[in-house]
Design a protein around this ligand. Structure first.
Ligand SMILES: CC(C)(COP(=O)(O)OP(=O)(O)OC[C@H]1O[C@@H](n2cnc3c(N)ncnc32)[C@H](O)[C@@H]1OP(=O)(O)O)[C@@H](O)C(=O)NCCC(=O)NCCS
Length: 364
């Protein structure tokens, strides 16, 4: 086994970006593009260096005695509230060790350092089995209720095409209209779960300020919920709308007929027509209507499929729609020294959406 004398862990610095980018690109097999260096520079600066200047927790690098970076763990800071108390959470992402340095406990050292940080709890929601096994050995746990994903094929033929289209070449000109025709036929079949209009709801665009205020209110029976100010949330939402995949970001606020806010949702449609649901919020009595509105909105918008993480409070409402549970091979892992926080999450009474998690920290 290689030993790393005088090796150590320290916060990520601007001068590390090229080494960390090379490590990340190599291990995750990110294709090179002419602008890859700028993309990496902007990514690490905007998401992980700039927030530290405003008090966020630092990302971590592991370097050997020759200052070669062998491991990296990205950290994003989020604020939550539990029982009226403000707490800090650290999201771990882009956890990576150089292939030549594997099985030398580099990952163990990085993760241990991270978990011992000042945050009240740590989580990651797109973890693979390797991470899962490491977290569980360090008193972390998997949150099964936040580790299941669903997908609803709204235009099955378009969904199928999104997978094979790059290989179709000139056949696309024939196949795409045929798929549109098939989907138009399917959308007229009166199956149970077919997206329907929700006449009791009025929709409008969801402003950042409105979303900050909505999340500041205790949500139903959620024991743990995220807290934002307009600046931090604007930044996060801006990041989503600037994603590189030429998609569209939908931010919808829903009111009842009396004008009272009853719910909201956020989803991002990528260039293949797959809509990733990032957050759904609503009052208990309107769960079915809000989910119904989301499905109808996405169907009218022409998305091929809606996909999301199964939030425990929406499982009944989602089961009314035609959607399938499917293994996405990533889990939510949590760690906290405070049993009240662990209990709130493990009992399914935490409002932690993909907006707070790793989806917004992806490199693309
Ligand atoms: C996941 C990854 C970071 C792990 O790195 P690694 O260098 O293999 O991990 P480490 O050697 O530090 O730790 C794993 C070993 O430590 C052991 N270990 C774990 N916790 C331990 C502890 N508390 N004390 C002692 N040993 C421990 C494990 O059993 C494992 O042993 P093994 O290699 O004999 O199976 C690395 O495989 C990687 O970069 N993978 C590709 C990127 C990736 O998938 N990242 C995760 C994204 S969610």
């Amino acid at each position: 086994m290689r030993k790393f004398l005088l090796a150590g862990i320290r916060p990520l610095e601007e001068s590390d970006i090229s080494q960390v980018a090379a490590l990340h690109q190599g291990v995750f097999e990110i294709p090179s593009t002419p602008d890859i260096r700028d993309r990496y520079r902007n990514y690490f600066t905007d998401k992980f260096l700039e927030p530290v200047r405003q008090g966020a927790l630092p990302s971590l690098v592991f370097e050997d005695e020759n200052h070669n970076i062998l491991g990296f763990l990205a950290v994003a800071t989020r604020r939550f509230a539990i029982g009226g108390k403000l707490i800090q959470a650290a999201v771990s992402s882009q956890f990576v060790v150089h292939t030549q340095a594997r099985s030398n406990l580099v990952a163990v050292a990085l993760l241990r350092h991270f978990l011992q940080g000042p945050q009240d709890f740590s989580f990651t929601d797109e973890a693979n089995e390797a991470s899962q096994s490491l977290w569980e050995k360090m008193e972390g746990s998997t949150a099964p209720m936040y580790s299941t994903h669903w997908i609803a094929p709204l235009r099955p033929a378009k969904l199928f095409l999104s997978r094979v289209q790059p290989r179709l070449g000139s056949f696309s000109a024939v196949v795409v209209p045929a798929a549109d025709f098939m989907d138009a036929v399917v959308s007229r079949i009166p199956y149970r779960g077919r997206p329907r209009p929700q006449p009791n709801l009025q929709m409008e665009s969801l402003s950042t300020k409105a979303l900050v205020e909505l999340m500041a209110e205790p949500l139903n029976d959620a024991l743990l919920r995220p807290l934002y100010d307009v600046r931090s949330l604007d930044r996060l939402l801006d990041d989503v709308s600037r994603k590189k995949t030429d998609g569209a970001f939908q931010r919808i606020l829903l009111r009842g007929l009396d004008g009272k806010t009853v719910g909201w949702y956020l989803y991002y449609v990528d260039c293949r027509g797959i809509a990733e649901v990032l957050q759904i919020g609503c009052c208990r009595e309107y769960r079915r209507e809000v989910i119904g509105h989301l499905f109808h909105h996405a169907a009218r918008y022409g998305v091929a499929a809606l996909a999301g993480r199964l939030e425990p409070q929406f499982s009944r409402a989602l089961s009314d729609q035609c959607c399938f549970l499917y293994p996405r091979k990533y889990s939510m892992l949590i760690h906290s020294r405070d049993p009240q926080i662990v209990k709130a999450i493990q009992s399914g009474r935490a409002f932690i959406s993909r907006l707070e998690g790793e989806w917004c920290l992806r490199f693309d």
